[in-house]
Design a protein around this ligand. Structure first.
Ligand SMILES: [Zn+2]
Ligand SMILES: [Zn+2]
Length: 334
């Protein structure tokens, strides 16, 4: 069977049509007819070969949602017709110390949905069923797609770093990741402060569940919030005044970086030593963490703000994402 996909043929290039043979459905695999695929910023970094790992032709796409069309002989989780999603990861070794405790996203032999093979900007995909996520009835495919990567990327650190309902938390950046993180933290019962460089996002932050708003243009040093936060998540795509952020953490507070946006941060030693503060990071999540993300989002009526665009308008969609004009996650549809 032929897959009809969209591929970049050079760094920063436009995507054009690519036809290739769908791989055989192995005994533990399922075949998926793709209905939706989110556009994640990492897709664009990969199109641009910003990480130096892109092979061309390159088919992006790792926020896949679709319907199961074929089931391998030993695959047991799904049947034809089920709605499933696939995120960044599509395989792992299965036996290392991380895989064996369900931390597959830390496996050194991880396979990526769109790096080691052609990704989800197409009409079909084959994946080991272990890396497919059931989409609950009542959750739209458009809502589900961005949860596969963006959603779990902000959910996993909240679980891993032990967020509790009494905590004072902050999210830096109100965008594709930040607008989901604010809702998750509010649903967990935390006090949430949205921190943004744009003054005009206060209303929107409040609507998402933030009880406070800090404009970095008005309070660049966070000096009214010294020793205030238990947990700050940075989704910012620019370097921040890290010293100010450390001063804003309470003793034992954690500053968590997600995504690949910050290149390097300088860590001031004193607030780490005297207050036992931590700087940490997180990326994507295991299949079980994606399942939990989806269930949590569904039960708590998290509203991922999306814009749907047809798969054949992919170049226009990418242009819009590059220009930061999408509120907040673009989802391609077949
Ligand atoms: Zn992603
Ligand atoms: Zn492994």
């Amino acid at each position: 069977m032929k897959v009809h996909a969209y591929a970049a043929n050079e760094a920063k290039g436009q995507l054009s049509k690519l036809e290739y043979d769908l791989k055989d459905v192995g005994s533990n695999d399922i075949e998926i007819k793709i209905s939706h695929c989110g556009i994640c910023h990492s897709d664009i970094h990969l199109v641009d070969n910003a990480l130096g790992i892109t092979k061309y032709p390159f088919v992006p796409g790792h926020e896949i949602v679709g319907t199961v069309t074929k089931v391998g002989a030993s695959a047991k989780r799904f049947k034809v017709g089920d709605r499933v999603g696939v995120g960044w990861q599509s395989g792992s070794c299965g036996v290392c110390e991380f895989c064996s405790v369900g931390d597959e996203n830390l496996c050194a032999k991880m396979e990526s949905t769109c790096v080691t093979q052609y990704g989800g900007y197409g009409d079909s995909f084959v994946v080991n069923e272990h890396f497919a996520i059931a989409i609950p009835e009542g959750m739209s495919s458009e809502q589900a797609a961005p949860l596969m990567c963006g959603g779990v990327t902000v959910y996993q650190p909240l679980r891993y770093y032990g967020i509790k309902p009494n905590m004072r938390t902050a999210v830096v950046g109100i965008g594709g990741l930040g607008h989901i993180a604010i809702q998750f933290l509010a649903a967990m019962g935390c006090e949430v402060t949205a921190i943004s460089s744009s003054d005009n996002k206060a209303k929107e932050a409040a609507a998402l569940g933030a009880s406070h708003f800090i404009s970095l243009s008005k309070e660049p040093k966070l000096d009214k919030h010294t020793n205030y936060f238990d947990f700050i998540m940075s989704t910012a795509s620019v370097d921040l005044d890290w010293n100010a952020f450390f001063q804003a953490l309470k003793p034992k507070g954690q500053l968590c970086l997600i995504g690949l946006n910050s290149k390097e941060i300088t860590v001031p030693a004193a607030p780490l030593v005297f207050g036992q503060r931590t700087v940490c990071g997180s990326w994507i999540g295991s299949p079980s963490m994606i399942r939990e993300t989806v269930e949590f989002a569904h039960r708590n009526k998290i509203n991922v703000m999306t814009e749907q665009m047809k798969m054949d308008t992919v170049n226009a969609a990418i242009k819009k994402v590059r220009a930061n004009e999408v509120r907040y996650r673009a989802v391609l549809t077949n």
